[in-house]
Structure formats: structure tokens, C-alpha cells
Write a protein that binds this ligand. Structure first.
Ligand SMILES: Nc1ncnc2c1ncn2[C@@H]1O[C@H](COP(=O)(O)OP(=O)(O)O)[C@@H](O)[C@H]1O
Ligand SMILES: [Mg+2]
Length: 327
């Protein structure tokens, strides 16, 4: 059931051209995302391979386990590593992801401090393979990768885990951005439905705006009590460039690009989503529809002139037009 707060929030936003799920599916996902290209974004292993080919930074892949028999490879994949991440290649919403932060005697310690045995990890992988977390329940592969260490900047405003930066990109033009902060509840993951916080980000500057948690507006992180607004995200142009360039990477016209900031490696692409969620509008107190129309008009005009724009030109267009205006 929808709480009163949520209904009120969405009502206020509808005046600002809020995009609902039907419009998103009909006018954007179906229109701009060619079905034959879905595998590239729905399978994180394929996304990673594409990104590497295109020279785009991603967390290093340590190994892939595709069959029950291959689970015996786990020891050699993990040899000498104290931290790593195991995830379903076709998972979504943070489900089935195991973030291991350390070893503890002959066991492992997850990022939320839970101690787990080698057998439990094997069991998790076997669940991934059977398709427990994959879209449609089809058989899946387990991906083992580098664990991102968040930039120390995020210490005061996130609880364990790695915050991520989500940008909605239409035909290579970023239209809205959000920083997602893990909470005690979200178990180190930055997915909103796991209980993470969404914080709007000004496309022009990379300054954080207000936050939303469980569909309510908030100004402080519930676990750390620190303010979430008014922060400058480092290397914002780097994030914008990765987001805008993701169009060339996957060919899908309407995507959500998830990125992280690694302490050593800087901005990295985590994954691409072909059906990005709509709550980003609450975090930004702005609707997607008007911005999407502005991009569509711009592209139509360029077409009349027989022109297309580069990544830098697209960034410039979006950052000029969609800069946040103080209310
Ligand atoms: N390599 C990693 N290192 C640290 N945390 C990670 C890593 N990969 C994922 N996470 C955490 O899990 C969340 C979900 O991961 P993601 O790859 O986006 O999968 P999903 O499709 O389930 O959203 C991320 O937002 C991040 O908080
Ligand atoms: Mg994600």
C-alpha cells in the first residue's frame, strides 16, 4: 500500500513533468532500447567485456563460474585475495551479491561483519547458477570481481559498503543523476529497494541536493546523522563522461548507468540498466519527462541539420540545460 507521504510526494512532482512507469516503458524503454541489445546490459559479464574493449574502466574480473563443476575453481580464483565480490551476472536490485571484506581464520567476513564459511560461499554460488537471482529465473553465471574501496569522502555519509552514482542517459545525453548511499539496512549495497538512500545530484556541478529514503524526503543519513546535501562529488566531469559515453558502449538509447568511485582507480562503471527506476525524480525533486523532451527536441533539430554530437558536446548540452535551480 502507498503511504500518504508517498502519494503527496508524487503529486507534487507530477506538476514538474514526472515520468510514470507506463510512459517510461512505452515512450522510452520500448522506443529507444532495441531488444537484441539487451544481453549486453542484462549480463554483467558481457557489459564488462564490452567496456574493456572500449577502454572504459570497470572493477577487475577475477573469474567466472558457469557450472557446478567449476565451483572447484573457486580456491584458485580466490588464492591470495582477502577481499572480493561475488555476484549473479544477470542479477538486479542488489540481490544475491556477496561483498567479502576480509578473511577471518579459515572463514570470510562480509562487509556487514557477518562471518561465513567456504561452504556457504559455495552454496551461494550454486544458488546463483540455478537462476535464483536472475531475471526470469534462467540459469546464470557467477562473477567474481575486485571489491571497490569507496573514497574516504563517503565515510561520513554512508554506512558500510560502497555508494554508487546513477545517471539516466537518453541517447548519450545525461538527464538526471543521483548518489545512492548504503545504510545499515541495505547491507552494504546501494540499491534503493534494499534500503539505501537516494540523493539528487546537480548535473552541472556534482553538488549533492536533498535525499530520499524509503520514498520520504530526508536531509540526514539515518545511521551517521550527517547532512547529505551540499557535498561536492570528486571528479564529476569524469562521471559525466563515463555516463555519456555509455551510449556508444551499449547502443541502448535509454539507460541507467551505475558508477562507483574507487579510492585508487577513480570512477568505474559497475553496470548498465535498460529499465532504470523512477525514484531518482524524488531525490532530485524534478521530473524526467521535460528533460527527456528537451533532449528529443535537440536531437530532432540536429538531425534536420544533418549533425550529431560528441560525448563532450552532449555533456555540455546537459550540464547547461539541466543545472539545478535553487528553489
Ligand atoms: N565490486 C564491488 N565492490 C563493492 N561493492 C559492490 C561491487 N559491486 C556491487 N557492489 C555493491 O552492490 C550494489 C549493487 O551492485 P550492481 O553491480 O549494481 O548490481 P545490481 O544489478 O544488483 O544492482 C552496488 O551499488 C554496490 O553498493
Ligand atoms: Mg545496480
Amino acid at each position: 500500500m502507498l503511504g500518504f507521504g508517498l502519494i503527496k510526494t508524487w503529486r507534487e512532482l507530477s506538476a514538474k513533468g514526472i515520468m510514470g512507469i507506463n510512459r517510461r516503458n512505452a515512450d522510452y524503454v520500448l522506443k529507444y532500447n532495441k531488444r537484441s541489445l539487451y544481453p549486453v546490459v542484462d549480463d554483467k559479464i558481457l557489459t564488462k567485456e564490452r567496456a574493456i574493449e572500449a577502454g572504459i574502466n570497470v572493477p577487475e574480473m577475477y573469474g567466472i563460474i558457469s557450472t557446478e563443476k567449476e565451483i572447484s575453481k573457486l580456491d584458485s580464483i580466490l588464492a591470495g585475495r582477502t577481499d572480493f565480490v561475488i555476484k549473479p551476472a544477470m542479477g538486479a536490485g542488489g540481490d544475491g551479491i556477496l561483498v567479502v571484506a576480509d578473511r577471518f581464520e579459515d572463514r570470510y567476513k562480509t562487509v556487514s561483519g557477518k562471518i561465513i564459511s567456504h561452504e556457504e560461499i559455495e552454496y551461494q554460488i550454486s544458488s546463483i547458477l540455478t537462476g535464483l537471482y536472475s531475471l526470469g529465473g534462467s540459469r546464470d553465471r557467477a562473477l567474481i570481481e575486485y571489491r571497490v574501496t569507496p573514497d574516504p569522502l563517503f565515510k561520513s555519509i554512508s554506512y558500510e559498503g560502497v555508494p554508487d552514482i546513477r545517471v539516466i542517459v537518453l541517447m548519450g545525453y545525461p538527464i538526471m543523476a543521483m548518489l545512492r548511499l548504503p545504510t545499515r539496512q541495505s547491507g552494504g549495497k546501494a540499491n534503493l529497494h534494499q534500503g539505501a538512500i537516494g540523493v539528487g545530484v546537480d548535473l552541472a556541478t556534482g553538488h549533492t541536493l536533498q535525499g530520499t529514503w524509503l520514498n520520504n524526503k530526508i536531509s540526514k543519513h539515518p545511521d551517521t546523522s550527517n547532512h547529505v546535501a551540499g557535498l561536492q562529488l570528486p571528479d564529476w566531469q569524469g562521471f559525466m563522461r563515463l555516463a555519456a559515453g555509455s551510449y556508444e558502449l551499449c547502443g541502448l538509447g535509454y539507460i541507467g548507468v551505475d558508477m562507483v568511485l574507487d579510492q585508487e582507480q577513480g570512477p568505474l562503471i559497475l553496470e548498465l540498466n535498460a529499465r532504470p527506476g523512477l525514484n531518482i525524480q524524488i531525490a532530485n525533486n524534478a521530473g524526467l519527462t521535460l528533460r527527456a523532451h528537451a533532449v528529443e527536441d535537440h536531437i530532432a533539430e540536429l538531425k534536420r541539420q544533418g549533425k550529431t554530437e560528441t560525448v563532450e558536446e552532449r555533456m555540455h548540452f546537459s550540464q547547461t540545460l539541466f543545472a539545478s535551480v535553487p528553489s
